[in-house]
Design a protein around this ligand. Sequence first.
Ligand code: GLN
Length: 200
Amino acid sequence: TPIIGVLALQGDVREHAIALAELDAIARPVRKVEEFADLDALVIPGGESTTMSKLAVSFGLFPALRARVAEGMPVYGSCAGMIMLADKILDGREDQETVGGIDMIVRRNAFGRQNDSFEADVPFAGLEGDDPIHGVFIRAPWVESVGAEVEVLARLSAEPYADRIVAVRQGNLLATSFHPELTPDRRVHAYFVDMVRATL
Ligand code: GLN
């Protein structure tokens, strides 16, 4: 049974923990350096990336997080978690640090004020079945551009945001702009847990 940490500095930790437990993984909230050592994988939840980043600095977590990513530990980030996995961000706070690991540029709050929050059906490559995922976007980022090693898993399909990239994978790192932890469909978490099981 994989032990999957959920970074519990800020954000929707509980919803991710519930989703993981439903898939027979052990979900463990983590916030201290010592707690990262025996994890098989990590989820970085949605929330507020500037706050999460600040807290990660004050808890001294960035070196341990980057080291585990470099070792190949699987990490899934939703929304603010996607921002945390981006090598580069746009419209971030001046000194906002990220863990990085995915060769992409992510734009924070990309959908603007009018569309602070919206929902859309998103075709998502590699999930069980052909049904799109119902994506909940809350002051969401989008992926502005990706490097050659990054696999694009999902793009929005309707105007005005058609073709905007909203889910990516690079190696053992997975990121979505939206929040599958807030809807009952568990296919994105199942995709991640399968990635984790493949490393055990
Ligand atoms: N706008 C938030 C940020 O910059 C992300 C929102 C979310 O995680 N729902 O971190």
